[in-house]
Design a binder for this molecule. Structure first.
Ligand SMILES: Cc1cc2nc3c(=O)[nH]c(=O)nc-3n(C[C@H](O)[C@H](O)[C@H](O)COP(=O)(O)OP(=O)(O)OC[C@H]3O[C@@H](n4cnc5c(N)ncnc54)[C@H](O)[C@@H]3O)c2cc1C
Length: 372
């Protein structure tokens, strides 16, 4: 083996790269982390505006039922008691999410679970014999007209940028109904926001590790590769192979953030706008993730957007066409000449929507295999 300066070059200082960097360093390896952005943390990065941690790449709520992952992150930071309870707004009225007894009361005035169940059955009755061919039919089949029109149709059409009749039905497999007055969006055992914000988690993971930000691996790939024995790449897999087989598709988002000279704008961290005519899908009020009491507030409007080279790849489109392209890229990645030098991981290299706990779990699995 030739003498390299580093054992590992880690491309990407997001959660996946940071966990791997931490574990590799702990195992006695010398690592260099690089990121093309001007900060670490990848998509969990927060920008401090008016003393408020602003989730720059969309609302991030940590939730998991994986005790190993929960214990892992709690070594680095404590978590607050934030519970995600988004509210939906439709034509000036508010509805609790996920669909629960509060929502059914707001929609129909029903006050008991049996009344709610009977109402849902009545709503579904006109559609019970259809074989859903698209998302609209699927949602009507599962929940009936009122829920669909008030809380599903407009929001989903904005997310996908097309009418619900042109969105595949598999997007909604089932509608989770809760016949209790429980507005907790997640069913997980553990949930919260790191005290001090997500950057505290990233900083703790990367403490004492050499990091270069604002550098694009592909601008000097050969030079970077020559620095390290092995390379962990957490960027887009199609880009790694110079898009030689074609481009993987994503949905993107566009954010508009503003500081408001008032203490409390909407009383909740997340409000979904389910009307088709309102162009954004959500307004985030960041201080409420951390129970902030600052004089001002910062809000972000979230607009779904086509993905292009000028914006961020947020949500992979895991349909058959893209998944089969992914399989071909994975074959390339698994060729002996690539496997010898490169490791791939994280949401962009795996082309998979990973929640943060999935990302950490996947990174720890790779660590166990690689850092024996
Ligand atoms: C809008 C949105 C909301 C989300 N909300 C939640 C939530 O509420 N709860 C939850 O658990 N999860 C949530 N997630 C998922 C969470 O963001 C991911 O699990 C996590 O950030 C993935 O980390 P990663 O390291 O794989 O990827 P990333 O964070 O994307 O990190 C990859 C890094 O690689 C860098 N990079 C790429 N190419 C290069 C290159 N050529 N040179 C140098 N650097 C490069 C990028 O700049 C980036 O910083 C959300 C995701 C999105 C998109």
């Amino acid at each position: 083996m030739d003498n390299k300066k580093y054992d590992y070059l880690i491309v990407g200082a997001g959660l996946f790269g940071a966990v791997f960097a931490h574990e590799a360093t702990k195992a006695g390896h010398k690592v260099l982390v690089i990121d093309k952005r001007h900060h670490t943390g990848g998509n969990i990065y927060c920008e401090n505006i008016e003393g408020i941690n602003v989730h720059k790449y969309g609302a991030h709520i940590f939730h998991t039922s994986n005790k190993e992952v929960w214990d892992y992150v709690n070594q680095f930071v404590d978590f607050n008691h934030y519970v995600n309870s988004p509210v939906a707004r439709y034509r000036g009225k508010l509805y609790n999410l996920p669909f629960n007894m509060n929502t059914f009361y707001q929609l129909w005035g029903v006050t008991t679970p049996s009344e709610a169940q009977a109402k849902i059955e009545e709503q579904r009755a006109p559609y019970k014999d259809i074989e859903p061919k698209n998302l609209e039919e699927q949602a009507l089949f599962l929940g009936g007209k009122d829920l669909y029109e008030t809380l599903i149709k407009g929001y989903t059409e904005k997310q996908w940028g097309r009418p619900a009749t042109q969105i595949p039905s598999f997007i909604i497999k089932r509608l989770p109904f809760r016949f209790t007055f429980d507005n907790n969006y997640f069913n997980d055992l553990y949930q919260g926001i790191p005290i001090g914000g997500y950057n505290a988690l990233t900083d703790a993971l990367l403490e004492g590790i050499e990091v270069q930000t604002g550098v694009n691996y592909f601008e000097d790939k050969d030079i970077y590769d020559a620095l390290a024995q092995r390379v962990l790449y957490t960027g887009k897999i199609d880009e790694f192979f110079e898009f030689q087989l074609g481009k993987l598709e994503y949905r993107s988002l566009h954010f508009e953030t503003e500081v408001l000279d008032e203490e409390n704008y909407q009383g909740n961290a997340v409000v979904n706008y389910t009307e088709r005519d309102v162009p954004y899908t959500r307004i985030l009020e960041h201080k409420h993730f951390e129970f902030g009491t600052q004089e001002k507030t910062v809000v972000t409007k979230e607009y779904p957007h086509e993905f292009s080279k000028d914006n961020e790849p947020y949500y992979p489109i895991n349909d058959d066409v893209n998944n089969s392209l992914l399989a071909q890229y994975k074959e390339l990645a698994n060729k002996p000449e690539n496997k010898e030098k490169y490791l791939f991981g994280g949401r962009l290299a795996d082309y998979k929507y990973y929640d943060m706990d999935d990302t950490i779990e996947a990174a720890l699995t790779l660590c166990k295999q690689e850092l024996k």
